[in-house]
Design a protein around this ligand. Structure first.
Ligand code: 4AD
Ligand code: MG
Length: 431
């Protein structure tokens, strides 16, 4: 029996006979030879079928095999420098496992809605395949980065009684005879966890009832949130910068092939090296005013503002020291001026928007209480959170990185919905 291998390992089998198992991606025919572009979920490989090399029956499969039919193919591995994979298979035998019905996704352009309705099939195509591979690598890199730096993973709950990031985007759900919300962020729990474990991170899905139909918003997205005791806003920004550099460099190192499939401009990613530019919110306003935007102190920055600022740099830019009223209740006030909080947003280059939101946290119980009251938040639900400030309160900081926006930037995709296997947006709950 010939050895069954995954196509990604083909280079180790030069001149050897191997068996690949997978699906028909495309077929090109010409007289005495036909080419089968074959995929097994680890690589796309050209298989060459020569009339003189195979039985009549196998040669004639060119007329009956349909796109996405499943096969086991046996052949000899050859070098093929002009093929993307660098190798091809000279076919000796084909065993048909299943002949596919007419496949709805032909290898031509379809509308995005059609493709999203068929997401379960669309995932098999080259671009989604490459994006899922990169997403998996970035997820792993997220964990590796913090695991290698004395952080402990502490997962936060999905059902919560509190709003962490504003009550307007809460998903409410029945919880027996009570109400619960789906989590918007694990941060509040992480703040408690670091008092036990010093440096922690949580990584999981977050839910926000975003009514905005933009290319940056999902209702279910993944966020990795590190939280650190004894870190101030500058330590926080240093870590965020090191983290983002690490993610991009890891994708460059381990996902070259996938970035090629996506036709991504690698030089843009290679430029992502520390230090990243840092500007204050006030400086951002100045820049925007110069660029002709009508914006005043206190306004939050929207997508067009972020894109205009990002245009100025070839690296992510950190905007910090925000107006108090524009940011969440837990951010620490700037001791030099109460008008500001020590928050930071990191904006990705090339129009991919905010990938990180973070801050130093308010550690003074009285200031925090004042903020909770001012924002009309239910104090009783935050008692446990206030306890963090009652028993050995310490300066601390953290941030959250949105996985899909980061992957979208690394991949150069147009919309974040392409960066999650099963996107959920205001208009989409299926499949
Ligand atoms: O800026 P945000 O709201 O910050 C927090 O949730 C903090 N509690 C994080 C922390 O300090 N631990 O969200 C953080 C990031 C954003 O920068 C963005 O990348 C992503 O999460 N994000 C979304 N991504 C996709 N769709 C949405 N609706 C998103 N909302 C936020
Ligand atoms: Mg934010």
């Amino acid at each position: 029996m010939t050895e069954y291998i995954l196509a990604k390992h083909i280079s180790k089998y030069l001149d050897k006979e191997v068996t690949l198992k997978g699906w028909v991606y495309n077929i090109r025919k010409s007289g005495k030879i036909w080419f089968l572009i074959f995929r097994d979920g680890t690589e796309f490989i050209q298989c060459v079928v020569l009339k003189n090399d195979v039985s009549e029956e196998i040669f004639e499969l060119k007329n009956t095999l349909t796109q996405e039919s499943s096969l086991a193919i046996t052949g000899i591995v050859q070098e093929a420098p002009r093929q993307e994979a660098g190798y091809e298979l000279l076919v000796k035998n084909i065993e048909v496992i299943h002949v596919a019905e007419e496949y709805p996704i032909a290898l031509k352009d379809h509308g995005v809605d059609f493709l999203m309705d068929n997401r379960h099939l669309w995932l098999r195509s080259r671009l989604p395949y490459a994006i899922m591979k990169i997403r998996a690598e970035v997820e792993k890199a997220c964990r590796d980065f913090f695991d290698e730096r004395d952080f402990t993973l502490v997962d936060s709950p999905m059902f919560t009684p509190n709003a962490a990031e504003g009550s307007t985007t809460l998903f409410e759900t029945k919880y027996f005879d009570r109400k619960a919300y789906l989590t918007q962020s694990g941060q509040l729990y992480s703040e408690a966890a670091i008092m036990a474990l010093n440096r922690t991170y949580c990584f999981g899905p977050c839910f926000r009832a975003e009514k905005s139909k933009t290319r940056r918003h999902l209702t279910e997205f993944w966020m990795i949130e590190p939280e650190m005791a004894f870190f101030d806003i500058f330590d926080d920004m240093d870590l965020a910068e090191e983290f983002v550099e690490y993610l991009v460099q890891r994708a460059l190192k381990n996902c070259r092939r996938e970035l090629e499939i996506l036709d991504r401009d690698i030089t843009k990613l290679e430029a992502i090296q520390r230090p990243f530019p840092r500007i204050t919110y006030d400086e951002a306003l100045e820049l925007l005013t110069k660029k002709g935007f009508d914006i005043k102190f206190g306004d939050d920055l929207g997508a067009p503002h972020e894109t205009a600022i990002a245009e100025e740099y070839n690296k992510p830019v950190m905007i910090w020291r925000w107006p108090t009223e524009s940011k969440a209740f837990y951010m620490k006030r700037d001791p030099e001026d109460e008008k500001y909080v020590l928050g930071v947003d990191m904006i990705a280059p090339e129009g991919h928007g905010e990938i990180i939101g973070g801050s130093q946290r308010e550690e003074d119980i009285n200031v925090l209480l004042e903020r909770i009251e001012k924002e009309d938040l239910p104090k009783e639900d935050f008692e446990w959170f206030l306890d963090i400030r009652r028993y050995g309160s310490v300066p601390h900081s953290g941030f959250g990185l949105g996985l899909e926006r980061t992957v979208g930037w690394i991949c150069g995709t147009h919309h974040v919905r392409e960066c999650i296997p099963w996107p959920r947006t205001m208009g989409r709950l299926k499949p």
